[in-house]
Design a protein around this ligand. Sequence first.
Ligand code: GRG
Length: 275
Amino acid sequence: MKFEVFSDRYLPKINQELKAYFSDRDDDIFDMISYALNSAGKRLRPLITLAVYAAAGKVIDDTAIKAATAVEFVHAYSLVHDDLPEMDNDSKRRGQDSVWKAYGVGNAVLVGDGLLTEAFKKLADLPIPDSLRLRLIYSLALAAGPDNMVRGQQYDLFSKEKVQSVEDLEFVHLMKTGSLMTYAATAGGILAGLPENALRYLNVYGANLGIAFQIKDDLKDIEQDKAEHKNSFPKLAGVDGSRAELAEHVKAAREAIEKIPNFQHSVLTDLLDQL
Ligand code: GRG
């Protein structure tokens, strides 16, 4: 199945879950969190979790949707904080004012804090065996925390001098962007009860997808003439070099996913083809 067809089918369910989540709460903080969470994102990470779950032969039910959407809370937090004036200083996000622009910096910090912590509550609330819940919670904490996403952001924004080569930049983006993609892919496998070797292949898929996604993003910036980032792939490897790197990572991701036995990988490989 094409990724687009899969997305058309499950995006409304993901958005419905996100919209309903805080709808029974009434206070400013919930309104501001909903402003961030319900804006027009592609929901790529929950879709990856669901695509892996379905590829393993499982039927996507309400619990799977609830489980898959936790990572979107973390992703939304990362964007809210990334947009802050002291970080990437962006006034617009997903076609609307960024949260700090709409509600002020202090509120934007709190919106991010709320989204991040609620993600773990959401996983803890899942009606699944304790061992699976614990593994999902641990994996998301590892991906989002100082070993991965937080560290990648710190390198990217405040330790630019440490990023001198394509390898350095790949390491940064593996941590910054690849970490949640890797979590998203392995979470689908954990939920489906896949064996450890399959989870390792999903890990390789997610990591390479994350780096490929970032290279594609850098190349798009060049095409649209808005490449202001100092440490972009095209700056360090050139446009042709970046395209070659992109192809390498897509290939590595594809090879990994194709090695999983009894796994209907077409949605996940089609996502690679989009890159
Ligand atoms: C604040 C700890 C902390 C980390 C922030 C992911 C991140 C780390 C910052 C985002 C910076 C950025 C815009 C990177 C480009 C690639 C990227 C991750 C784009 C946003 O992801 P999409 O395209 O966005 O999935 P939507 O809006 O569709 O969800």
